[in-house]
Structures are given as C-alpha cells and as structure tokens.
Design a protein around this ligand. Structure first.
Ligand code: HEM
Ligand code: HEM
Length: 173
C-alpha cells in the first residue's frame, strides 16, 4: 500500500532535538508516570466532593493538580519550540508505514497531554462533572499510547538498530 510521507514536508528540519526539547520530553514523561502512580487521593477527594462531603487538605491532591498543570504548560512550551525550531525527520531507512504510525502517535500524545489536564481542571476548578468523565475515559488511550511509544522506541533501538533513543539523549543545537 502506498503510504503518504507525512513527515517529509516539514519546513524546519534540524538534525536533532535541542537540549530544551530533550529536557521537556523527560520531565513531562516523569510527571505523567507520577500521575498514574498517585491518583487515589484526588479520586477519593473528587468522590467525596460530588457526594457533598467535606474535603480536608491533602498534599497528594495538590501534587496531582500541580503536576497536571505543569504537564499542560510544558506541553504548550514543547509545541511552541516544535513550531519555531522544528524536529528531526524520522530515520531515513524507516518504512513509510512506521513513519506514519510514529507521526500519528506523537500528535495524539500531544493532544492527550493537553486534553487530560484541561478535562481534570474543568472538573476540579469548574465543577463540571463531564470533565471528570472525559478525564476518566482519556486516561486509558494515553496510557496505551505511552506503552506503544516506549515499545516502538525499544524496537527501533534493539531490532531495527537505528539508535533512535540517542535522539532523546544528545542535543543538537
Ligand atoms: C509518558 C511518557 C512519554 C511521553 C508522553 C512521550 C512523548 C513523546 C512525544 C510527544 C514525542 C515526539 C517529539 C516530537 O517530535 O515533537 C516523543 C519522542 C521520542 N520519545 Fe517519548 N515519550 C515518553 C516516554 C519515552 C520513553 C520512556 C522513551 C525511551 C524508551 C522515549 C523515547 C522517545 C524518542 C527516542 C523520541 C524521538 C522519536 C523521533 O525522533 O522520531 N519516550 N516522545
Ligand atoms: C496529563 C495530566 C494528568 C493525568 C495523566 C492525570 C491522570 C489521572 C488519573 C489516572 C486519574 C485516576 C482516575 C481513576 O481511575 O479514578 C485521575 C483522576 C483525577 N484527576 Fe487527573 N490527571 C492529569 C491532570 C489533572 C489535572 C490538571 C487536574 C485538575 C486540575 C486533575 C484532576 C483530577 C480529578 C478531579 C480526578 C478524579 C476524577 C474521578 O475520580 O472521577 N487531573 N487523573
């Protein structure tokens, strides 16, 4: 099947990611993992709130909200960097189908990294129940895509041997 090369028309094509892009990638990845490991407190607080019960201060609730807001801010910063500085093209030898898959995964990840904090904030600050429903639905696709993304990076590294992970370790200014 003929797969369009969606990545070749990029105007800005640096040789690699910048130090800021790399740092933001890893900080956001760590924050996202934290959100999945520690969400019991906010879940309980939200359930108590929707039942009209009193909720007392819990640092883990504050941490979930702060980490989520940071993820949103850092993601917008990353997208700005991507628009102004650009991102490297996928490895040349990569099959067009894999390039398309990577392209779609990266952009869906970006969308979810924006929609997760927005839906959470809509529930928490805006008191909108639908926000919590959307938040609960989107947590699964985000998790699945992160797992696929990591498996793809490992597949590149150890099976295709493109040394792809070096792109997210060594900066190219
Ligand atoms: C929550 C965890 C993670 C998220 C949300 C995430 C998200 C992303 C996104 C959105 C990009 C696209 C960057 C761009 O071109 O603008 C990217 C690139 C990349 N990520 Fe991750 N990532 C995560 C974890 C990881 C891990 C654990 C690894 C290594 C095993 C990894 C390896 C890479 C590599 C090598 C690239 C560059 C791919 C390329 O240039 O084609 N990521 N990541
Ligand atoms: C990318 C950022 C975020 C991720 C990955 C994330 C992830 C999660 C996860 C996995 C849960 C547990 C859902 C469950 O199984 O009960 C949760 C619950 C929750 N989060 Fe987030 N969250 C993020 C950002 C935020 C932000 C910024 C806020 C608020 C400002 C927020 C508010 C909430 C609330 C209110 C709940 C409880 C919802 C419920 O139990 O129905 N989240 N979050």
């Amino acid at each position: 099947m003929d797969v369009p090369d969606v990545c070749e028309d990029q105007m800005n094509t640096p040789k690699g990611y910048s130090l800021s892009q790399i740092r933001l990638h890893w900080v956001v990845a760590a924050l996202i993992v934290t959100q999945y490991l520690f969400n019991d407190a906010i879940g309980q607080a939200w359930r108590a709130y929707t039942k009209g019960l009193e909720i007392s201060f819990d640092p883990l609730v504050l941490a979930h909200v702060l980490a989520g807001v940071l993820i949103l801010a850092f993601t917008l910063w990353r997208l700005r960097l991507r628009a102004t500085r650009g991102a490297p093209l996928p490895p040349e030898q990569e099959a067009p189908m894999l390039k398309l898959a990577a392209h779609l995964t990266h952009w869906t990840l970006y969308a979810l990294m924006i929609l997760m904090p927005l839906s959470g904030a809509l529930a928490w600050f805006g008191d909108v129940e639908l926000g919590a429903i959307v938040h609960n639905i989107l947590k699964l696709p985000l998790l699945v895509l992160v797992v696929l993304h990591v498996l793809a990076a490992l597949f590149h590294q150890f099976v295709l041997k493109t040394n792809l992970i070096a792109r997210m370790k060594t900066a190219e200014e």
